[in-house]
Design a protein around this ligand. Sequence first.
Ligand SMILES: NC(=O)c1ccc[n+]([C@@H]2O[C@H](COP(=O)([O-])OP(=O)(O)OC[C@H]3O[C@@H](n4cnc5c(N)ncnc54)[C@H](O)[C@@H]3O)[C@@H](O)[C@H]2O)c1
Ligand SMILES: O=c1ccn([C@@H]2O[C@H](COP(=O)(O)OP(=O)(O)O[C@H]3O[C@H](CO)[C@H](O)[C@H](O)[C@H]3O)[C@@H](O)[C@H]2O)c(=O)[nH]1
Length: 324
Amino acid sequence: MTKIFVTGGAGYIGSHVVKLLGQKGYEVMVYDNLSTGNQDSVLYGKLMKGDILDFESIKTAMADFQPDAVMHFAAKIIVPESVAEPLKYYENNVYGAVNVIKAMKECKADKFIFSSTAAVYGEPKEMPLSEDMPLSPVNPYGRSKAMVERVLEDFSKARDFRYVSLRYFNVAGADPEGRIGETKKDATHLITMCVRTACGKRDKMYVYGTDYPTPDGTCIRDYIHVMDLADAHVLALEYLLEGGKGDVFNCGYGQGYSVQQVVDAAKRVTGVGFPVEYAPRRPGDPPELVADSTKIKQKLGWKPKYNDLGFIIKTAWEWEKKIL
Ligand SMILES: NC(=O)c1ccc[n+]([C@@H]2O[C@H](COP(=O)([O-])OP(=O)(O)OC[C@H]3O[C@@H](n4cnc5c(N)ncnc54)[C@H](O)[C@@H]3O)[C@@H](O)[C@H]2O)c1
Ligand SMILES: O=c1ccn([C@@H]2O[C@H](COP(=O)(O)OP(=O)(O)O[C@H]3O[C@H](CO)[C@H](O)[C@H](O)[C@H]3O)[C@@H](O)[C@H]2O)c(=O)[nH]1
């Protein structure tokens, strides 16, 4: 059995990838400190509670498991928090990633899949974004991820080490079978906020910024269903296992929606006219991020199945009602 070591596999995205890996017959070991993750979300494999900042611990866990490949999801992920607490982001996301790679070096694991982000592009003028555009992140979260991409580039030149960096755009929705979804009580992502307000877990939600240079003044993002993203991970893994060279791929649909359009769609899908307040801009938010996803389709044969904002919201809504 091919063995995959998954840091952050108890988190929102990691748990969906673990589910797919388990269904495809991979042997999985999740390494997670459960700071934002949930042990009940790990449907396959073993879960070890441990911190990527603790080098001895992750080295021992990896050496015992002897993985064929490592998927690295563990990170801090909230853009405005990264502006307020930059050191926490550099420590967890950069130093933490270096520890994971060092542990791989010690136990001779040489294939790595990295959770990067659209935030590495910053505030580009041209849209959609292709992988060869310059990296110019505008917040510490994006910078921490761009730094790890550089580490990977350099380390793969120095050693027999191959990696795929997947630059996720805005990941949303839940497992269509309803077994897992977002569980963080203090989640901040837009679609989660919409469905939590619709089911009364929050009194109201805010739209941050109505004066952006976009058609309706609110920010535009490219929302990708979490199971399509999980598929991209399995394709990237198969690519590396078959000898593919290190590479970087955008993960998005190439279709942007404004915050206002998402809120309107959420009201339609849920059938609830939940309260929305208009608030000032949130620090660190670029006006628009939309992917050019040609490369992942051509090179990895990615075929998204859930490219439908209504379906993304519906799966998130069904999950929220289930965990009420
Ligand atoms: N959610 C998005 O829209 C999005 C977009 C782009 C990139 N990403 C990236 O995807 C990855 C997963 O994000 P998510 O949305 O599932 O977040 P999440 O918070 O649900 O998952 C992160 C997981 O990592 C674990 N973790 C964090 N720090 C750790 C540490 N020091 N040691 C061990 N485990 C640790 C947490 O307990 C959690 O289970 C992150 O790397 C994030 O930067 C997410
Ligand atoms: O209650 C809310 C929540 C969000 N927004 C707005 O909705 C848009 C999307 O915000 P999210 O918080 O859902 O996501 P971000 O775009 O800030 O960031 C997410 O996607 C990025 C990639 O685009 C990063 O990778 C990051 O990890 C991940 O959190 C932003 O304009 C934000 O201001 C609101 O108006 N109200």
